[in-house]
Each structure stands twice: as C-alpha cells, then as structure tokens.
Design a protein around this ligand. Structure first.
Ligand SMILES: Cc1cc2nc3c(=O)[nH]c(=O)nc-3n(C[C@H](O)[C@H](O)[C@H](O)COP(=O)(O)O)c2cc1C
Length: 378
C-alpha cells in the first residue's frame, strides 16, 4: 500500500517538510512583556514529539503595540529572539521544521486575553495589570462599539512597520527558523488594510483593491528580500470576510497571484475575523473542513501551494484534502490541543504504524509492547 500523502515529504525551495502536517499558529497569551517561557517550550515541544513535520510559533508581534494582548509573544528585540531559541532548537533537534508567524494586531491590539472575555480591556483587566496602550491601524475605525479607537497609520508609521517586519524576519533567520509566515488574516493589521470594511484611507494604501493590497505586497516583498532564497515564505489570508461588502474569495485569488510574484510560496487559507467575534461568528457552528474549498480555489486559480486549515479532525479527512488537490499542507489547530500526538495517532489508525519514526525514548518501548496490544484485540 502506498504511504498516505499526509505522511509523505513536501519540498518548497530548498526546504523539505518531512510530512504534510503542520501545527497552526496558536497564541497562548502566556508571555510576559512579549518574552517566551517554559510554557511555550513544553506546548510546542509536545507537537514535535507528536510527529508534526512542521510547527509554527504563534503570532509573534513585530512591535510592542502590535500585540493582541499583554500575553502575546514578541520579536521586537534581540532578547525576545533569544527567548525563542530553545523552542526552535528543540524542533530542529527532534526532526521538525521550525516556523514562526510574524504579526501586528492593528486595531485589534490591546484587547482581553480570550478567557478573560475576548473583548476590549475593562476594569477587571486593569486590576490584573492589563492596562490598554495606544493603538494604530489602517483607519480610525474601531472593531466595534466600546473598543479602542485606533489612530490611522501615517506614511512614517508604515515605513516603521515595514522595517519592523524586516528586522523580525532577519531575527527569525538568525534563530534558525526554516519558514516564516506573515499574518494577513483575522482582522489584524494587514487584513484590516485589505478589507474595504476596515480601510477607508484616501492615500495610496487605501481606495480600490490595488491600493488596499499595497501594504501586504510591499511587506512580503521587503521580507522576501532579506529572507533566504532557500526558505519558504507563507502568507495567511482571511480567504473571505464572510459578510456582504467585505473581502471576497476572488480578492484573495488576485492577492495570492501578486504575493506569488514577489516570492511568497504558500497561501495559508483561513477566513473571517475582520469585525471581531461579536458581529460575524457569534453562535455559528463550523462544519468539518469549512475552509478547504477556499484553499482549493486559491490553489488552482492563483497557481500557488496552499495550506488548508479549520476543523480538520482526522487523518482520512486530511488525506482526502491532499489527494483531491485542495491543499498541499494541512494545518491542525485545536485538534492538536486535544491530541498533541495527532500525527502519530492518525498514522497508527491508518495502518502506518512504524514506531521507528517515534522518538526512540518512546518507540523502543512501544514496539515491544505492540504484540501484547495486538493480542488484546483478537
Ligand atoms: C488557542 C488558539 C490560538 C490561535 N492563535 C492564532 C494565531 O496566533 N495566529 C493565527 O493565524 N491563527 C490563530 N488561531 C487560529 C488557528 O491557527 C486555526 O486557524 C483555527 O483554530 C482553525 O483551525 P482548527 O479548527 O484546526 O482549530 C488560533 C486558534 C486557537 C484555538
């Protein structure tokens, strides 16, 4: 029986992904002043042990004001980068590629940690030390009523932002990261420039789609210029805003073509987030693989590799997405929180049970236990 695609390598530029399973970036809201700690190491290390071929470090702020919450990771100084080093080392020493998502939260910066409300900061947060900071964004439009008012970014702010992304990418390379992703989704800064719902600028970074895409493309080009030619560059999009008059799938296709032209290799196809959870997603239940059709469409229409994500729950579902050409890589988010050993467990369930692939500290024992397990199931 041929090995499932899910467990087969995939090469982008000079970089070989050992399998098609990546860990989707997931903020832990657990950093102190942007500095990573042992929680992040254990959290990400578990996925490495669990067989993911690539692990992406959560949205990491390129500037302090670009953090979503007080608990976000940052990479705006050498000290911040140094704190990420043990994680990158652990990934690479144990057979996984190390990735990092670089981001700026824009008008969604300075908000509550999810489990404290997921909205604008309030008195209860202030009492816990989470006080707001001034925020900036595409336009002077808050996420919703009661949220902080962002200041519209000036040309100088945009230049500073570009420099911050470039410096962050250089730091990520020096850290040893194998791939980097620009966070262009979920209503954070880059996505808020893209969407007509959040960008009402009258300068060259606003107006028609070409203007609204300008920042994303310029940033990708600037990062590509310093990011090594052999290493992949990912860009995460909100494939659609999900409401009338917002960013649409065909806009994502056009953006993906432009990003490809400046050296982006993979479009990571997410969706939503522009208006915050209050307006769009409240109460919605999500079907399995709800974003895979976006990944399939962008992959074909823009001729670029895609990463599929969203309610991908088991190996056969992921395999089907790969076999049918919906995506080239499969990102697992919450199901990896549920089961950090998702990859190894899916391989076992799909009959690819080679404990030689496991860390030897575990595999040696499990190989010898296997006959007993098999006997029990007879
Ligand atoms: C705890 C948590 C934190 C997240 N943080 C990020 C993030 O840092 N960057 C990002 O692009 N998406 C983030 N997401 C979204 C996930 O990467 C993923 O796209 C989403 O959860 C859908 O995939 P899933 O159904 O496999 O969880 C986060 C999701 C969760 C559950």
């Amino acid at each position: 029986m041929p090995k499932p695609m899910l467990f087969s390598p995939f090469q982008i530029r000079d970089t070989v992904f050992p399998n098609r399973c990546t860990v989707s970036p997931m903020c832990q809201y657990t950093a102190q002043d942007g500095i990573a700690n042992t929680w992040h190491l254990v959290h990400l290390g578990g996925f490495v042990n669990g067989g993911f071929g690539a692990v992406m470090i959560e949205a990491t702020a390129v500037l302090p004001e670009g953090r979503i919450t007080h608990g976000d990771l940052g990479i705006w100084s050498d000290d911040h980068a140094a704190a990420l080093k043990p994680m990158v080392n652990f990934m690479k020493d144990n057979g996984a590629l190390a990735g990092i998502q670089l981001g700026h939260a824009g008008r969604k910066a300075s908000m509550q940690r999810p489990w404290r409300g997921n909205g604008p900061l309030g008195e209860a947060d202030f009492a816990l030390g989470d006080t707001p900071w001034p925020i900036n964004g595409a336009s002077a439009l808050p996420v919703d009523e009661g949220w902080l008012m962002p200041q519209e970014m000036s040309a100088a702010d945009i230049a500073e932002l570009t420099e911050a992304f470039v410096t962050a990418a250089v730091r990520a390379d020096e850290l040893g990261c194998d791939f980097v992703e620009l966070h262009g989704a979920h209503g954070y800064l880059l996505q808020s420039f893209l969407s007509p719902a959040s960008n009402t600028r009258s300068d060259e970074y606003g107006g028609d789609r070409t203007g609204r895409m300008r920042l994303a493309i310029e940033l990708a080009e600037a990062v590509r210029a310093v990011w090594p030619a052999g290493k992949p560059l990912f860009f995460r999009v909100s494939s659609v805003d999900g409401f009338p008059g917002g960013w649409e799938l065909e806009d994502s296709v056009v953006l993906a073509r432009e990003l490809k032209a400046v050296g982006v290799d993979v479009i990571d196809c997410s969706s939503g987030g522009n208006q915050g959870r209050t307006k769009v997603n409240a109460g919605r239940t999500l079907p399995k693989g709800y974003q895979l059709d976006y990944a399939a469409h962008i992959r074909v229409e823009a001729g670029i590799a895609t990463q599929g994500v969203g309610m991908i729950l088991d190996g056969p579902q992921a395999e089907e997405a790969l076999q049918s050409g919906q995506a080239d890589l499969i990102a697992i988010g919450r199901q990896a929180l549920f089961d950090p050993f998702w990859v190894r467990h899916q391989a076992y369930a799909m009959g690819v049970n080679d404990y030689d692939d496991w860390p030897e500290q575990y595999g040696w024992w499990l190989t010898r236990r296997e006959p007993s397990i098999q006997a029990l199931s007879k």
